[in-house]
Structure formats: structure tokens, C-alpha cells
Design a protein around this ligand. Structure first.
Ligand code: CA2
Length: 144
């Protein structure tokens, strides 16, 4: 079983700015924690980040046939991207939306998710653990 973790814009800055909202962990720390957890169930993980919307779209399209699930922190594109939503719907790979922060407790514009209707579900507000919960959820919804 292979799970694709995708991270959207500015998540490469994690741990460097706004520690009050996003904590002190870096994306590299998160990747290490995800890989350690995945190893327990012999789950293969691919972990990527891009600041480019089209690159995320391409990766989602290419996931079909290779990955059993996508765990997606689309960051700001969550709230704006019809392109990501269409890619998720088109590819048909079960996708779990995740967020480090509780987007529903923040500004109104973060309450809306363009991608939520085409995702299996949403996990938000658990910090680094949102990624681990995303992994557990991916393992629960996939059979191969
Ligand atoms: O809580 C999350 O995981 C978000 O997806 C993070 C996005 C935000 O736009 C979403 O509404 C919620 C922002 C990621 C940018 O991360 C930064 C990290 C350090 C400094 C500045 C931004």
C-alpha cells in the first residue's frame, strides 16, 4: 500500500515563522514522523511539497494506479482551488484533507474548503498529529 502526502504553498516555511499558529515543527520533522509511523504497517510513503498549484494538480493526476490514497494539506489552495478539486474528482484516488490548524476556529475565509466535497473527509487542528491521523485514515479506507 502506497500513500501520497501532498503539501501546498508555504508549508516549506513551517517551524520558521508563526509558531503560535503552526507550532515549531518543520515539514521535515513531520515527514520523519509520518515515515516512522508508516514503517510499522509496511506502508510506503511519498511525501512532497510545492508552492505551485499546477504541480500539485499534476501529482494528483499521476497518483491514479500508483497510490491507494492521497493525504492532502493543500494549505491556502484549500480555500481557492477549483483546479485541485477537479483533479481530485477526476483521478478518483481517495483523498483525505488535512490541516495543522483548526481552520474553523480561524478567519471566515478559512472555513470554506473547495476540496472538501470531493475528499473522503477532513482532519483539522491536531498539529503534526493531523498527518498521523491522515495516515491512519488512509489505511482504514484502502484495501490494497
Ligand atoms: O492549518 C493548515 O494546515 C493550513 O492548511 C495551513 C495554510 C493555511 O493557509 C490554511 O488555511 C490552513 C498555511 C500554510 C502556511 O504555513 C506557514 C508556515 C509558517 C509561516 C507562514 C505560513
Amino acid at each position: 500500500m502506497k500513500v501520497l502526502f501532498l503539501n501546498g504553498p508555504n508549508l516549506n516555511l513551517l517551524g520558521q515563522r508563526e509558531p503560535g499558529i503552526y507550532g515549531k515543527v518543520t515539514l521535515a520533522d513531520i515527514e520523519l514522523a509520518v515515515r516512522a509511523e508508516a514503517a510499522k504497517s509496511e506502508t510506503e510513503v511519498d511525501f512532497r511539497q510545492s508552492n505551485v498549484e499546477g504541480e500539485l494538480v499534476t501529482w494528483i493526476q499521476q497518483a491514479k494506479g500508483e497510490f491507494g490514497a492521497i493525504v492532502l494539506n493543500a494549505a491556502a489552495y484549500t480555500h481557492t482551488s477549483v483546479a485541485l478539486r477537479d483533479a481530485i474528482a477526476a483521478t478518483g484516488v481517495p483523498t483525505i484533507e488535512i490541516h495543522i490548524s483548526n481552520v474553523h476556529a480561524r478567519e471566515n475565509f478559512r472555513h470554506e474548503s473547495m476540496i472538501a466535497p470531493v475528499c473522503v473527509g477532513q482532519i483539522a487542528g491536531f498539529g503534526l498529529n493531523s498527518y498521523l491521523l491522515g495516515l491512519s485514515s488512509a489505511l482504514m479506507i484502502t484495501v490494497d
